[in-house]
Design a protein around this ligand. Structure first.
Ligand SMILES: Nc1nc2c(c(=O)[nH]1)N[C@H]1C(S)=C(S)[C@@H](COP(=O)(O)O)O[C@H]1N2
Ligand SMILES: [Mo]
Length: 543
């Protein structure tokens, strides 16, 4: 250290050292500018192909596809719906680090460094084309981006090293690739030009994508949902108990949980949307438009949706009023018979426009329950986040085996012949919803005052219904809670128990009993492979 400091005391040596560091910094910056140019150009090309084919989205999607269930659950838990933002920021950060490293490499070996750049383009291309719904054309944005970035880096590094291979005049005619002086002005001009052109390309790409999406939004605005031929019974008075802090009986769309693998929410134009129903045992294959669905009998039902990734006490459950078309009506029209009636297909595979596949037992959707192709949610067309224009909803089954959003294809097949997306990733083939109950109030570690404290929450056991909820304190006797008025066996129920709370720290526990008389088990299991069990408990400090 000391020797170095002495060294730099001579003017010339310190100047060249500073200049060498400046050049390294600018080389790293060149890498960043080149990466930026790749992203800008790729955005433009992706606008022509499709937005999902952009490199960051494609790599992110590929990461999601390969994420082990435990990590996915961790991400969902820790970041909630921000998991996707965190993922994309992580990818950009990694890209920036690589870009700077390649910039430095190019400073030493201009050709090799520049030649490495397209390798990243190829990685993006493989990720894009390898997505479940990937097409060969999806490779284009990353490939073009990679080539443009290689060119950009080659040009920028050239401003730092002088003409490739030529001895630098400033270095006194030797072939030293670290001249003390270099073309600063040329570099600044080139870097600015590349950055500006890339930003322009990106902006144009964004604009094109936005205008395509505006078409989908317009098609959604134009929809007038019909009055249902089979209306849902009015939500009974008393379904909402009016206890502060409890989830409302109907979950508003804006606060409804969202769980999916889409980094870019698909924006499908209802006018061009089609659904195909085909496969094993289908004697009359159907292709349906949105209008075709509107012409059929429309049903309206209150159904609670639940995610298999919901931990005990977790937030991934919500209740909405759906309107749509009975799935069994369409299947019968197509000639499908359930296995119990000799039909050859026991699995219905739904496919979304973004390549999700979801496998549902044919028997379940044809056993008389209100399985539907939903068009509306709580009085409006489906929000884009929740599957516009059409999604499936099946009472009693976790979302990943029933609730395909942005659906475009239904194929009848068998469980032996095909494993859907999450089943390939170690989740169970069949997953009926397990009985669960959740304490919404008091919140964990709340400190209510001694006296009467309402303990309240929701309980669900879709398609069996909830018949009883009990609460206990510190492992004592169970107390039966008062239930919200029943709205059918496909919805959750609110519950409340007035707790005569005494001061001190207490543990509250809840359990529900379903419509068959089976009480929720206390055995704790995790979400993988077919849903968590155990009792929700909350610790509070009564003052
Ligand atoms: N196309 C598509 N549909 C999907 C999914 C998905 O990732 N992609 N996730 C499923 C899962 S796991 C759940 S729990 C529900 C969630 O529906 P929501 O986001 O409307 O609450 O959608 C299901 N449908
Ligand atoms: Mo889910």
């Amino acid at each position: 250290m000391k020797a170095e400091r002495n060294d730099s005391q001579t003017h010339g040596s310190s100047g060249s050292r500073r200049s060498r560091w400046a050049r390294r910094a600018l080389a790293a910056l060149s890498g960043l500018v080149a990466a930026f140019s790749a992203l800008g150009v790729a955005e433009l090309v992706a606008a022509a192909v499709r937005p999902e084919a952009g490199p960051v989205t494609a790599v992110g999607g590929a990461v999601i596809d390969r994420t082990p269930p435990a990590v996915k659950d961790f991400a969902v838990r820790e970041f909630g719906t921000n998991d996707k933002l965190v993922l994309q920021l992580g990818i950009l950060l990694l890209l920036a680090v690589f870009a700077m490293a390649v910039g430095l490499l190019a400073l030493r070996h201009r050709r090799i460094g520049s030649a490495v750049v397209p390798v990243f383009g190829v990685l993006g291309a493989v990720a894009a084309a390898g997505r479940p719904e990937g097409q060969p054309l999806d490779a284009l944005p990353s490939l073009v981006g990679g080539l443009v970035a290689a060119g950009a880096l080659y040009v920028l590094i050239g401003r730092l090293t002088g003409p490739a291979g030529a001895p630098s005049p400033a270095a006194g005619g030797t072939a030293d690739r670290s001249p003390a002086v270099f073309d600063r002005r040329g570099f600044v001009i080139a870097a600015t030009a590349v950055a500006a052109a890339s930003a322009g390309a990106g902006a144009v790409g964004r604009k094109v994508t936005a205008s395509v999406q505006a078409g989908a939004a317009e098609s959604r605005r134009d929809i007038v949902l019909p009055a249902p031929g089979s209306a849902a019974p009015a939500v009974p008075r008393g379904a909402d108990l009016g206890v502060r802090g409890v989830s409302s009986f109907v979950t508003p769309n804006r606060s409804f949980y969202r769980v999916d693998t889409a980094l870019v929410v698909p924006r499908v134009d209802a006018g061009s949307w089609r659904l195909r129903i085909h496969g094993k045992g289908v004697t009359r294959p159907l292709t349906l438009s949105y209008r075709d669905l509107l012409r059929r009998e429309i049903v309206e039902r209150d159904i609670t949706l639940t995610c298999v990734s919901n931990e005990v006490g977790g937030p991934y459950v919500g209740n909405a009023r759906w309107i749509g078309v009975r799935l069994s009506d369409l299947l019968r029209e197509a000639g499908v018979r359930p296995p119990s009636d000799g039909g050859p297909a026991d699995q219905l595979v739904s496919r979304s426009v973004d390549g999700m596949t979801i496998g549902t037992p044919v028997e379940d959707v044809m056993d008389g329950r209100d399985a539907m192709l939903a068009l509306g949610m709580n009085g409006e067309p489906l929000p884009f986040d929740h599957g516009f224009p059409v999604r499936m909803v099946v009472p009693g089954l976790y979302g990943y085996v029933s609730a395909c959003k942005w659906i475009q294809d239904i194929e009848l097949t068998t469980f032996d012949a095909y494993d859907a997306y999450w089943v390939k990733r170690t989740w169970a083939r069949r997953a009926p919803i397990k009985t669960q109950s959740r304490i919404d109030t008091p919140r964990p570690f709340a400190s209510p005052s001694a006296g009467t404290v309402p303990v309240a929450g929701v309980a669900w056991a879709q398609h069996r219904g909830v018949s009883r909820v009990e609460v206990r304190v510190d492992g004592g006797d169970w107390h039966t809670a008062r239930l919200g008025a029943p709205a059918g066996r496909d919805t959750w129920r609110q519950w409340v128990w007035e707790w005569p709370a005494t001061s001190g720290s207490h543990t509250l526990e809840v359990r529900a009993t379903d419509g068959t008389g089976a009480t929720q088990t206390d055995a704790r299991v995790g979400t993988v492979p077919d849903g968590a069990t155990g009792w929700h408990s909350v610790v509070v400090d009564v003052s």
